[in-house]
Design a protein around this ligand. Structure first.
Ligand SMILES: Cc1cc2nc3c(=O)[nH]c(=O)nc-3n(C[C@H](O)[C@H](O)[C@H](O)COP(=O)(O)O)c2cc1C
Length: 215
């Protein structure tokens, strides 16, 4: 390897904008919504992208980005191939963590909880809203399986397109949504000199306990 750069002196300062107890809403989903709207208002590229961390029953973790598609008081939802690596891990161990990082806002949100499948009706509704080309790709891509080369995928798309004619690809039964029901959500706001603000909400029955954590 030729151009290996040393990153030990790569560091940033974080803004003076703090997160104070008085800013906190009783329900973390309300604060999450406020922060998501701020990310949207700032036109951050892919601000709905979140890291999804899963683990198999032996404790081996895996992490990848998925897109948040909707959330409500029940939890956070995304869509994927349920036979994929993540789908297999979630099937064996339906616990996961989500992470948002919006560097331009010096903000991170960490979420943990149990994961459940969305209904067929919910998966159909979202699948139907996707562009026809994305439906085709989902129909031919057996996500996380080995494929010999790109051309094999392009050919599979072309074949299915000619089979379908004017019709659009139907949702494969292996493709659908998940919801993570949070039991802990932490909001991190970067501050000067590494003295960041962290507040963790933990579910306590129908309410949430809020604690400030050391950075
Ligand atoms: C910006 C971005 C958005 C992505 N959105 C999704 C998504 O919503 N659903 C999905 O299944 N994969 C998405 N991916 C691809 C995943 O990161 C991953 O490659 C794929 O889901 C296979 O992961 P797995 O083998 O661990 O199951 C996205 C990747 C990026 C970089």
């Amino acid at each position: 390897m030729s151009d290996i750069r040393d990153q030990r002196d790569t560091r940033n300062q974080y803004g003076a904008q703090g997160l104070h107890r008085k800013d906190l809403q009783a329900a973390p989903l309300d604060l999450f919504g406020e922060w998501l709207n701020t990310a949207s208002d700032n036109n951050l590229y892919d601000y709905t992208a979140m890291t999804l961390a899963t683990a198999d029953i032996d404790g081996q973790p895996a992490a990848r980005i998925v897109l948040l598609k909707h959330f409500d008081e029940l939890g956070f939802c995304w869509y994927t191939d349920r036979n994929s690596h993540k789908g297999q891990q979630l099937n064996a161990n339906p616990q996961a963590a989500l992470l948002f990082f919006w560097p331009q806002l010096h903000r991170q949100i960490r979420i943990e909880g149990a994961v459940e499948l969305l209904s067929d009706a919910e998966s159909d509704a979202y699948f139907d809203s996707r562009p026809a080309s994305s439906k085709l790709s989902a129909a031919v891509s057996l996500q996380s399986q080995v494929v010999p080369n790109r051309q094999a995928m392009v050919d599979a798309v072309d074949n299915m397109r000619s089979e379908l004619g004017e019709r659009e690809a139907a949702r494969p039964s292996r493709w659908g949504g998940y919801r993570l029901r949070p039991n802990a959500i932490e909001f991190w706001q970067g501050r000067d000199d590494r003295l960041h603000d962290r507040f963790r909400y933990q579910r306590d029955g129908d309410t949430w306990n809020i604690e400030r954590l050391c950075p």
